[in-house]
Design a protein around this ligand. Sequence first.
Ligand code: KIV
Length: 262
Amino acid sequence: MKSVLDFKARKGGAPISMVSAYTHWEARFLATSPVDCVLVGDSLAVVLDGEPTTFAATPEIMARHTAAVARGLGGQKFLVADFPFLAARKGIAAAVDCAAALMRAGAHGVKIEGIDGHADVVAHLVQSGVPVMGHLGLTPQSMHATGGYKVQGRSAAAAESLLRQARAVEAAGAFGLVLECVPADLAREITAAAAIPVIGIGAGPHTDGQVLVFHDLLGLNPGFNAKFVRAFADGNKTVGNGLASFAAAVSNGSFPSKKESY
Ligand code: KIV
């Protein structure tokens, strides 16, 4: 999948796979993989930099990582980049600047958390030719307002509010929606009601696709074991074994060998 049109065409078709990645190194793996599309997530603040929240990501940091990922993908995948903390809340001019930085860095679209209070920003970007993806449910940039990293939409009122927000995201012109940590039945209802693809993370099996973070799905994120994550490889073990073997080979003098020397 190389464009927003490819993405939109998959509504109701084969499920879409999306991976959140941050570096040129990860992007090179993704470029030659069957994964459909890539997100430069602001989760990079947590996963790469060890911050407790995503708040440390700035437009400049997101643009730098987006450029690195775009170079690694070499145009092989549809690429979305996250609007970081509060970037959609400083008015239309600031949002346009942020979108310009991310798109100039190589993104084909941007993802913006929430909708209430900035639907005009989303609509303005869409009308300016910037494909925008929504993000509802658990929105990490609002974690202090929503009581932490918790499943959202459990009560009837919260579910109704999420349905309303999903409709508002679509009405503003978004091309897709990420739905994070909501009950599977609610995700099914929102997906059925939406004409745009809904990509789930911790939202059960009934969405139009799934997104996971590169490090989580490869078992490379020691200590992070959220219920919605499946490790499709044992990266922690592989990396740990590799490092232990290197240290042992240095300490017993077997590395470097004659063949590895000039
Ligand atoms: O920041 C991120 O990586 C994300 C995905 C987990 C959806 O927003």
